[in-house]
Design a binder for this molecule. Structure first.
Ligand code: OSB
Ligand code: MG
Length: 370
């Protein structure tokens, strides 16, 4: 069996169709890295979701590129690694840098599935043929603008809305949404924008029948989430805090939340994501797949993961046109008439990366050979 012959990185920059604002700021677009691994005429694709600045987590596109170039890619070549699990085991000696590791691991998963000629979801033992879609709507300048945006997404067929909140853009916003759409499946994401001093304000969210309140406090803090969960009825969902299987197990014991958002990039790879998924399924804890405004390549990976049985809630996986004028895959990802997204049936990620389009948005391309 042949090992990896060549690895390529494309650092890209893409502009969003509409700005995306969270409690940590407004972004007009994103940077990221497309990872390609080549072996015996096949190419596996992965995506690094770290963005330009360390706002969501400490990683950036630049730190991820450095880790890949200096440590992770040389590791693959020096040890003749070809299996994603072997890569994850060996890369674990390096602390942190989950998004850098995940980007390369995902490319190895895609390659492995392509070698076998089967969809990634089948390689994962996942059986869903469609995943539940949902859309994450950023903070807007005014409430009427937000309502109009939500209205448009509902018309497009999204069955569940998530809005970003921050202190001052929360209860009044939820009240207006509920006035207009009393029964809409609605959840909110604070991206760690609150502190325990805001507890009374967060309690007011209980009146809006939210499916969940995502990550009110900093990602370092499991303890205060557990205290808050005892005081509010709305289920807390952990995103930034759910850094690893260990963190999720401890969160479960502490009662820091009742729901887990799984992101491959945040936890450092598919192996860790599946350990979290399996644990939560066993514990009866609902999970769903989060997103990092990935290109179609990263999103296709999310779709295959979300085909696992524990992903019962709506995922932050939307159609290509929700994010970009032109995605990096052809054809693009679309919503079905039922508000779901079909799991691609071809080998590997099952979508075709558009190399010309990737070149058009590439800032820097690097090739590494064994
Ligand atoms: O907290 O879920 C988040 C995007 C960037 C960083 C953090 C988050 C998000 C999203 C986008 O909410 C979800 C998507 O990709 O559609
Ligand atoms: Mg989140």
């Amino acid at each position: 069996m042949k090992s990896i012959e060549r690895i390529e990185l494309s650092v890209f920059e893409l502009v969003y169709r509409h700005y995306f604002e969270t409690s940590f700021g407004r972004e007009e677009g994103r940077t990221g890295i497309i990872v390609r691994v080549f072996s015996e005429g096949l190419c596996g694709y992965g995506e690094v979701v770290a963005d330009k600045f360390p706002l969501y987590s400490y990683e950036t596109t630049a730190t991820a590129r450095l880790l890949l170039k200096e440590l992770l890619i040389p590791l693959v070549f020096s040890d003749g690694i070809r299996e994603p699990d072997d890569f994850a085991a060996r890369a674990a000696v390096y602390k942190g840098h989950a998004m850098a590791k995940a980007g390369l691991e995902l490319a190895l998963w895609d390659l492995k599935a392509k070698r076998s000629g089967i969809p990634l979801s089948r390689l994962y033992g996942a059986e869903r043929r469609e995943v539940n879609s949902g859309v994450s709507v950023g903070i807007q300048d005014t409430i009427p603008q937000l309502l109009e945006r939500i209205e448009n997404f509902l018309t497009e067929g999204y069955p569940r809305i998530k809005i970003k909140i921050k202190p001052g853009w929360d209860t009044a916003v939820c009240r207006e949404i509920r006035r207009r759409w009393p029964g809409l499946p609605l959840q909110v994401d604070a991206n760690a924008g609150y502190t325990p001093a805001d507890t009374d304000r967060l309690r007011e969210l209980d009146e809006f029948d939210l499916t969940m309140l995502e990550q009110p406090f900093t990602g370092e803090d499991l303890w205060d989430h557990a205290r808050l969960q005892k005081l509010i009825r709305t289920p807390i969902c952990l995103d930034e805090s759910a850094k690893s299987f260990l963190a999720v197990r401890q969160a479960r014991e502490l009662g820091s939340g009742r729901i887990v958002n799984i992101k491959v990039g945040r936890v450092g790879g598919i192996g860790e994501a599946r350990r979290i998924h399996d644990f939560c399924l066993d514990q009866g804890m609902p999970v769903w797949c989060g997103g990092m405004l990935e290109t179609g390549i990263g999103r296709a990976h999310n779709i295959h993961l979300a085909a696992l049985p524990g992903f019962q809630l709506a995922n932050d996986i939307s159609a290509s046109r929700r994010y970009f004028d032109r995605d990096l895959i052809d054809p693009e990802i679309e919503l079905t008439g039922e508000g779901t997204i079909a799991v691609p049936e071809g080998p590997g990620i099952g979508v075709n990366p558009d190399e010309k389009r990737i070149r058009d948005v590439t800032l820097l391309h690097e090739t590494f050979s064994a």
